[in-house]
Design a binder for this molecule. Structure first.
Ligand code: NAP
Length: 291
């Protein structure tokens, strides 16, 4: 355990709730391993107090913060500056201290990209599916379009939300990369090639672990790689269905890890190498009761 003294810097997590977070395990492991005099703690911010939380964090000389549900968009008006990627995504999960306020970043998407690279999942030239059209799915669509997926189909229960994302992403990237589709129409997907599928709905998340957003094995036969963004449970029903039908499956644990690592790198200027990333990964899994 590190010694806390007069020079210890603080980073923290702003959210509601925050009690379930794994981020302290990631950041405190990194700080200890790198010999950085820094602690990371959760801050439960009640509804209606996000502005005070951001201003208070700056006034208290915090080095940085993560931001989680429900404040990822709501912190934006209180920032001094916003990184272009975070602005494009419309959500900030990391605040970095600057001379006169915080600068907002989004490390969720770079985190997912670093996790996919590490897992050997290719995006360039792929045909991709996104299940869901919530906040995270929108950012995934931007990532896949930016990294050169050949075609991206967004399947969502509320098809209007998928349409809105498709319009927006196609507008930004100037090509008809994204096509919306109603979830119930999944059988209409052509079967002349296999897809990379990113599962970005909340279906299958603890405690309702027995569900997948689509159950039909015929759908899973069209998938070569299934990337579930859910990390609890570590093996979701979606992942089992992908694997049972011959595909590779991954969970959202590494995305969670790398969004934290990239935030830590922004706060401290440190470079987290692979052995240290593995150490933080093990600490995070231990905190979740997975190892
Ligand atoms: P969100 O905005 O609430 O979106 C939820 C999505 O799930 C929507 O597309 C919604 O469809 C769909 N959905 C919910 N219930 C459904 C049902 N019964 N049938 C069909 N579709 C249903 O959530 P989000 O913030 O984008 O998060 C999505 C997932 O990403 C969550 O599971 C979260 O755990 C995960 N996540 C992971 C990480 C990580 O680091 N690994 C980080 C952030 C989030 P409608 O539009 O039709 O309602």
């Amino acid at each position: 355990m590190m010694e806390i003294n007069g020079r210890t810097r603080t980073c923290g997590l702003i959210g509601n709730p925050v009690e379930h977070t794994m981020s302290p395990a990631i950041h405190n492991t990194l700080a200890e391993a790198l010999g950085e005099n820094l602690v990371y703690v959760p801050f439960h911010v009640p509804e209606g107090h996000v502005e005070e939380a951001v201003q208070g964090a700056w006034a208290l000389n915090l080095l940085g913060c993560n931001v989680t549900v429900p404040y990822k968009s709501r912190v934006i008006p209180f920032l001094r500056e916003i990184d272009p990627l975070a602005e494009l995504i419309g959500a900030v999960n990391t605040l970095v201290r600057t001379k006169d306020g915080f600068k907002g970043y989004n490390t969720d998407m770079p985190g997912l990209y670093r996790a996919m690279c590490e897992d050997g999942v290719k995006i360039q030239g792929e045909r991709a599916l996104i299940l869901g059209a919530g906040g995270v799915a929108r950012a995934v669509a931007m990532l896949l379009a930016q990294k050169g997926a050949e075609q991206i189909v967004i399947l969502n229960r509320t098809v209007e939300k998928a349409c809105r994302i498709a319009e927006e992403v196609n507008g930004i990237f100037g090509r008809a990369a994204v096509t919306p589709m109603a979830l119930s129409d999944y059988a209409k997907l052509p079967s002349d090639g296999k897809y990379l599928a990113v599962q970005a709905t909340s279906i299958g998340m603890y405690p309702k672990v027995e569900n997948a957003v689509i159950e039909d094995p015929a759908f899973y036969q069209k998938i070569h790689t299934g990337y579930d963004l859910i990390f609890n449970p570590a093996r979701t029903r979606f992942m089992s269905l992908v694997e049972e039908n011959g595909g590779r499956a991954f969970n959202g644990l590494k995305m969670l890890l790398y969004q934290g690592i990239i935030a830590y790198e922004l706060w401290t200027g440190a470079q987290v190498d692979e052995p240290l990333a593995k150490r933080a990964y093990e600490a995070m899994k231990k905190a979740m009761g997975l190892e």
